[in-house]
Design a protein around this ligand. Structure first.
Ligand code: SF4
Ligand code: SF4
Length: 386
């Protein structure tokens, strides 16, 4: 049985969502396989295609002017060339065809084509599976991104899940949320009756239960695991809703901003490609100028060397935390890191033995969080998710 831990959360997140949808510039990372579709200097509409890599297309979240390639942004702590688009704040969209069918009336081919066009990363999923898990549990105990999305879009999300499972003939659909997420438990319980195919599963709030490696064996039986399953997070479902209902590509997203260096935590709706610097400047009341930035959770997240980095679709949270002067101390051999590792690894052994098998590590960061000597295991792990 996998182990999980209850984490005390001292941060408050405001219930209202704040919008930051008017950045001056949008930046998209470029690599050698990416083709820029418009010419430098061109004026583009919002939702126009801007980049192509392989079959996948990236769309512009603003209308404006293609400025060109710049080399001052940093992604994953490495300077990365980016395409800059200057926002003209008109939000102009080309006329596009409206949705002609109810979202549960598409054929499998039609549905797959829409997913490939508007949510290309979700087109890599094999939808010919019997089971699906929809994860509505935030991946970090200090995030509120997923619970906010469920709160705002409850019935739309259910409608989309129903359309996907009906079209792809999926037999078991499990929608997981935290049992502490009381608003959403009520919300979903009140709405789910119309969708007998969808089973709501309340999961005891503990970390890192939302990781696929732990959640799947918790909610599916052995036979279902052997049959195979699709695993989607709730923001994927929102993106699918926008694609199916509005033919809208992924151009916006919700993220949690929190940490002890800002007045109050909040969830913001913003555009993909906005610089984290601009988000911090425009959406945060900074209490302490001496802070470090962590993306994607306080436990499993990565410390960023700079906020001069564009918001990519894989970022669900940023935390601004005051600099902590506590340095690593000597291991006291308490055994906690080993005892609490949810997949049964011995992080202390892994740190001390280069060749130790770390392939099962799910990068949850629990060992670093739990260690009384403040030992940082992250550089020594590097499991399959890294
Ligand atoms: S070794 Fe990996 S899986 Fe185990 S607690 Fe540390 S980060 Fe989590
Ligand atoms: S939790 Fe920290 S102090 Fe305890 S055994 Fe592991 S490394 Fe040593």
């Amino acid at each position: 049985m996998n182990k999980t831990v209850t984490i005390k959360n001292n941060f408050t997140i405001l219930p209202e969502v704040e919008e930051y949808l008017n950045p001056d510039y949008i930046y998209f990372p470029l690599d050698e396989n990416v083709k820029i579709i418009p010419e430098i200097g061109d004026t583009i509409y919002k939702e126009d295609p801007v980049l192509k890599f392989g079959e996948k297309t990236i769309f512009s979240p603003v209308s404006g002017k293609i400025i060109g390639k710049i080399n001052t942004l940093v992604i994953n702590n490495q300077t990365t060339p980016c395409l800059a688009i200057e926002n003209d704040f008109r939000e102009k969209i080309k006329n596009k065809k409206g949705c002609v069918k109810y979202i549960n009336e598409y054929s499998q081919t039609e549905l797959y084509d829409i997913i490939s066009t508007y949510c290309p990363f979700l087109a890599e999923i094999n939808y010919a599976k019997k089971n699906i898990i929809i994860n509505g549990i935030d991946s970090d105990p200090f995030e509120k991104t997923y619970s906010t999305i469920i709160n705002k879009y409850c019935s739309k999300l259910l409608e989309t899940i129903d359309a996907i499972v009906t079209t792809f003939n999926i037999s078991t659909t499990i929608f997981t949320i935290s049992n502490h997420d009381s608003n959403n438990v009520t919300n979903l319980t009140n709405n789910i009756g119309t969708y007998p195919n969808i089973k709501l599963k309340l999961i005891s709030e503990s970390y890192p239960i939302s990781k696929e490696e732990l959640l799947a064996p918790t909610v599916l039986n052995k036979k279902q695991l052997a049959e195979g399953y699709i695993f989607l997070n709730i923001d994927d479902i929102l993106n699918l809703y926008n694609a199916l209902k509005r033919r809208r590509p992924i151009i916006e997203k919700y993220i949690t901003i929190s940490g002890d260096a800002i007045e109050t935590g909040k969830v913001i709706k913003t555009k993909i490609g906005v610089s984290l610097n601009d988000i911090i400047k425009n959406c945060c009341n900074i209490k302490s100028q001496k802070y470090h930035i962590v993306k994607n959770g306080l436990l499993a997240g990565t410390t960023l060397l700079t906020a001069n980095t564009p918001l990519t679709n894989d970022i669900d949270s940023i935390f601004l935390n005051s600099e902590c002067s506590t340095s690593e101390k000597k291991c006291i051999n308490c055994g906690l890191c080993n005892e609490k590792c949810p997949v049964g690894l011995n992080p202390k052994y892994i740190k001390e033995h280069k060749r130790a098998d770390r392939s099962k590590c799910i990068n949850c960061g629990l060992c670093t969080y739990i260690c009384p000597s403040k030992i940082n295991f992250k550089p020594f792990l590097g499991g399959k998710n890294e």
